[in-house]
Design a protein around this ligand. Structure first.
Ligand code: ARG
Length: 578
């Protein structure tokens, strides 16, 4: 597969192994931070030299002598304490670039070793409406499935929605009593959030209501048909709310991707039995738990993972164990990604460890928690409304579109209103998504309307505007586009930088696929837009002539193609005009 960084890593590792006599020596190729240090830099020499008690610069020169003949590297030199600076060959870059100029050559080549990858994401609890807490998991997950699919993997989405548990007894009790009063429920359920709040209040305050609710939980578990019907009505309604959010966000999840918690109910007794057979179960205060050496509390006491309560009820962890067995066994996953809030880290560590010990997932099946931090308000506390309520996701998205409309109208007052609205709906959604995706997912971040809707910096408006601007350059040249086989000329440094950046698209996407950090792709695209601007300032395109003009136009159109594909992988719609 086309991957410059990996090819260099291979070349340098081979040379390192030969020079050091250590078969596992790695080149450790990274991006150079400054142009004078080359395009890439290998920094593996120092560690190996230390291990062998050799002079690192001497080892580095030996590595250079062992470097196999290749088309990629024009020049390699030892620098500083033993770095190797690598300068790529212009002819190689131009040839590779020319392959992509042909309209139908995809920028991403599918991997030669496709995997089956299960991605568990979004997964809201259906008892309530989706709120801002679900935003990150939904959009990070959706970006990762797009990236993995683009790399040629077989992706199985799993929306592990919470549709089971005691809350539903309370909701059904509330539904049934409203129905008994002759209520059709349609209007009540239209606002799930207030419906939940009303039910909760009755549960807390109304004498007898809590018992009724608990009675419904038991009935539900026993499969009482009337109770199941009421439950199903509620679930369908709640899913319709989720789907409205997905549609608005442009998220790819479908009904067919649902594997709700209740799907695993029939397996739970078997999970307990298997844990018992594996000798992993203990009983503590009547509850069945798993204790593991690797999970200790502050005082050194072992922490329990409860899998069955004393009343026989199962827990979140039990369902997750059943889900692992299903994903590894039935779906035959090579990798399972859990795009879930970082606050559930301990849960996943415990569940993964139990699954390994019980043999629910073979060691060949990777289990990865793709954790993300919390979205904070400007006050640095988890994002809430002014009155301290949770913010419904759909309201947040609508507000973003409204704000985008104001911004777009200020920027371009001459546009027709209908077009402005269309642009606002793309920019508003893109702003929310990009603001999130462009941050390192493991940290908390402060949600800030002004930065995310700004046309400056690493933001959606900036990226979409950069793309629209390039498209307008190309539109003006529609009738004079170069032939597909036009050669790329790399005379100016800016031309070379632009092409190199474009050629690094595939390796960037592959890193996102393997490590699961969408911000890597955002940074790349932002840098690409910047490199393009410098190219466009330094290298006249339309005023150039002949082969030079063709080459530059090809670079412009390759940039557009790369930006378009990259923004699509992030789940952003692009605009032809802004
Ligand atoms: N429903 C859970 C929540 O809202 C998230 C589920 C994540 N997936 C899982 N397999 N546990 O917190």
């Amino acid at each position: 597969m086309f991957n410059i960084k990996q090819s260099l890593e291979q070349l340098l590792s081979d040379a390192m192994a030969q020079a050091s006599g250590l078969p596992d020596a790695r080149g450790n190729v990274i991006y150079s931070t400054r142009a004078e240090f080359g395009d890439y830099q290998a920094n593996g020499v120092m560690a190996i030299a230390k291990q062998l008690k050799m002079n690192p610069r001497e080892l580095a020169s030996r590595v250079l002598e062992c470097l196999a003949d290749n088309a990629l590297i024009a020049r390699a030199e030892v620098a500083g304490p033993g770095f190797i600076n690598l300068f790529l060959n212009n002819d190689y870059l131009a040839q590779q670039g020319a392959r992509f100029v042909a309209q139908d050559t995809p920028l991403l080549e599918p991997t030669s070793s496709p995997q089956t990858i299960v991605v568990d994401y979004s997964s809201p609890n259906l008892a309530k409406e989706m709120h801002v807490g679900h935003l990150r998991g939904t959009i990070i997950g959706d970006c990762l499935v797009r990236v993995l699919e683009a790399c040629g993997h077989r992706v199985i989405r799993q929306n592990h929605v919470g549709d089971w548990g005691t809350q539903f007894g309370m909701l059904i009790a509330h539904m049934e009593s409203l129905r008994a009063q002759g209520d059709s429920l349609t209007t009540d359920l239209a606002d799930l959030e207030s419906f939940y709040r009303a039910a909760k209040q009755r549960f807390d305050d109304e004498p007898g209501f809590a018992d009724t609710a608990r009675g419904y939980v038991v009935k539900l578990q026993q499969g009482d048909p009337a109770c199941l019907t009421a439950w199903q009505t509620f679930i369908d309604e709640s899913l319709t709310h989720c789907e409205a959010v997905y549609a608005r966000l442009g998220v790819t999840l479908q009904r067919a991707d649902l594997k709700p918690e209740s799907f695993y109910n029939p397996e739970l007794a078997g999970i307990i039995r298997q844990l018992d057979e594996a000798g992993l179960l203990s009983v503590s205060e009547g509850a069945r738990c798993v204790f593991m050496e690797e999970f200790k509390g502050k005082e050194g006491a072992l922490l329990p993972t409860i899998v069955q309560k004393s009343d026989g009820g199962y827990l979140y962890a039990t369902t997750d164990l059943a889900a692992i067995q299903y994903r590894a066994g039935t779906l035959k996953a090579d990798r399972v990604l859990y795009v879930v809030d970082a606050r559930q880290s301990l849960h996943f560590q415990q569940v993964f460890a139990i699954a390994r010990k019980a043999g629910f997932a073979p060691s060949s099946c990777a289990l990865e928690h793709i954790a993300y931090g919390t979205m904070m308000g400007e006050d640095g506390k988890p994002f809430k409304t002014r009155s301290g309520d949770t913010v419904k996701l759909i309201d947040l998205l609508e507000e973003s579109v409204r704000r985008a409309h104001t911004v777009v109208s200020e920027k371009n007052p001459g546009l027709e209103e209908a077009l402005r609205q269309e642009i606002a709906s793309v920019v508003g959604i893109a702003a929310v998504k990009y603001a999130d995706l462009s941050k390192n997912r493991t940290s908390d971040y402060i949600f800030d309307w002004n930065t995310m809707l700004s046309f400056e910096g690493n933001t959606a408006p900036y990226m979409l505007y950069a793309y629209a601007r390039i498209m307008s350059i190309l539109r003006r040249q529609e009738n004079t586009m170069p032939a597909a086989e036009a050669a790329l000329l790399l005379e100016a440094a800016e031309e070379r930088s632009l092409l190199l950046k474009i050629l690094q698209f595939q390796e960037t996407v592959q890193v996102v696929a393997s490590e699961g950090y969408p911000n890597t792709l955002c940074t790349y695209l932002y840098e690409l837009a910047g490199v393009f601007m410098r190219f466009y300032e330094a290298c006249p395109v339309l005023k150039a002539e002949g082969a030079l003009r063709d080459s530059r136009l090809s670079l412009v159109s390759l940039t557009a193609k790369t930006l378009d594909e990259g923004l699509n992988l992030l789940g952003l719609k692009t605009l032809q005009q802004m």
